[in-house]
Write a protein that binds this ligand. Structure first.
Ligand code: ADP
Ligand code: MG
Length: 155
């Protein structure tokens, strides 16, 4: 995909309440404005990359670009699961992400167990990919530092 790596940020909004958190896999949702800016060659499916909430540390993430049930699947949605344990929710905070690679297309699963298993595989794949030097370097990208500066200056 020629648009990768792709960098973006936005405030975390409430999702569809599909209970991702109850499955142990919370997904932070981006607002429509961020989704609307996605390059058209970025197909739906599961991606890996780096994520940073507010001015805190940069962590690994897996992200799904999917069809938004709220708009009867006519609009896309972007949901990021950060591979890190947060003590609290961070609705309203700025989430900055660098999307680096594609893992697999969207699929429907026969059972919840199969879905959870697939997501755990995605997380495993993301860890492996993000350990590679060519992906590690983006963790220190100026994009994440800019976000810190802006937040500290109150912009
Ligand atoms: P919603 O339907 O509102 O998106 P989720 O069950 O998907 O609800 O939970 C997402 C929320 O959980 C995020 O908006 C964020 O505030 C919080 N959260 C806590 N830990 C994480 C994490 N590791 N990755 C993503 N979101 C997290
Ligand atoms: Mg969610």
């Amino acid at each position: 995909m020629k648009s990768l790596p792709y960098f973006c940020r936005g405030a975390v909004v409430r999702g569809f309440g599909r209970g991702s958190k109850e499955l142990g896999i919370p997904t932070a949702n981006f607002p429509e404005s961020v989704v609307d800016n996605l390059p058209s060659d970025m197909k739906t499916g599961i991606y890996y990359g780096w994520a940073c909430v507010g001015n805190s540390d940069v962590h690994r993430m897996v992200m799904s670009i999917g069809w938004n049930p709220f708009y009867k699947n006519t609009k896309k949605s972007m949901e990021t699961h950060i591979i890190h344990k947060y003590k609290e929710d961070f609705y309203g905070e700025t989430l900055s992400i660098a999307i680096l690679g594609y893992i697999r297309p969207e699929t429907s699963f026969n059972s919840l167990d199969a879905l959870i298993k697939a997501i755990h595989n995605d997380i495993e794949e993301a860890r492996k990919q993000l350990d590679l030097p060519e992906h590690q370097k983006f963790k220190d990208d100026d994009f994440f530092k800019t976000s810190k500066k802006e937040i500290m200056n109150g912009h």
